[in-house]
Ligand binder design. Structure first.
Ligand SMILES: N[C@@H](CCC(=O)N[C@@H](CS)C(=O)NCC(=O)O)C(=O)O
Length: 211
């Protein structure tokens, strides 16, 4: 049985959504952020040395890092769905999005979160941070324009990865002028599997400066 160590209001929502789309049985181990620091509770350190979420345990195998978890689930339990054929051009695009979400797109959003806590001391950083957020969101906006899915004509794990980026940006107020991203996001959030994942994961709200 797959166990998902789920932290409230976090990236592990991605994993619940993917598993619901796949129709694979799983259990949730619920963990709550510290109400003051917003950090994960220390018990997650017993699951993985980084003490972060998401992390899953499947038949004794521990997997951390959301992109890696999604790849693992697709390989072991996905039966060929939710990723393009490896020989196709779409697969190359898919791999790019899978790495891009955490490797590039999240960084300026997280920098904004932390710089926001520094007050005036962060003033010199803001032009660069805002520039990077703008460039990344413009890239995503152009990539989803007129499309329901990032790659091909069906849902892949790349959509699951990028939806969290857009949700974090939305919580920041950064999607206001990006109508295609808002449309793309709303359509994916309306999927029954997404809704079931939220029901099972508990209240999901990325506002309030969470990392
Ligand atoms: N790149 C990692 C990021 C993992 C991560 O930072 N998770 C956050 C939740 S969204 C976390 O556990 N934060 C609590 C903490 O750092 O204590 C991934 O995609 O899994």
């Amino acid at each position: 049985m797959i166990i998902v160590h789920h932290l409230n209001n976090s990236r592990s929502q991605r994993i619940l959504w993917m598993l619901e789309e796949m129709g694979v049985a799983y259990e949730i181990a619920h963990h709550q952020r510290d109400p003051v620091t917003r950090l994960a509770p220390p018990e997650l350190l017993a699951v993985h040395p980084l003490g972060k979420s998401p992390v899953i345990v499947d038949d004794g195998q521990v997997v951390a890092e959301s992109g890696a978890i999604l790849e693992y689930l697709i390989e072991r339990h996905g039966g060929g769905a939710f990723a393009p054929d490896r020989a196709s051009r779409d697969w190359v695009s898919y791999v790019q999005w899978m790495h891009y979400a955490e490797g590039s797109a999240m960084l300026p959003l997280l920098l904004a979160l932390y710089a926001g806590r520094l007050g005036d001391a962060a003033q010199p950083l803001w032009p660069r941070i805002q520039g990077e957020i703008g460039a990344n969101l413009a890239f995503i906006e152009a990539s989803v324009t007129g499309k329901s899915f990032l790659v091909g004509d069906r849902l892949t794990a790349a959509d699951v990865q990028i939806v969290f980026v857009l949700e974090a940006a939305d919580a920041n107020g950064a999607l206001a002028a990006l109508p295609q991203s808002k449309r793309y996001l709303a359509a994916l959030q309306a999927r029954p599997a997404y809704q079931r994942a939220v029901d099972k994961g508990g209240p999901y709200d990325l506002g309030g400066n969470r990392s």
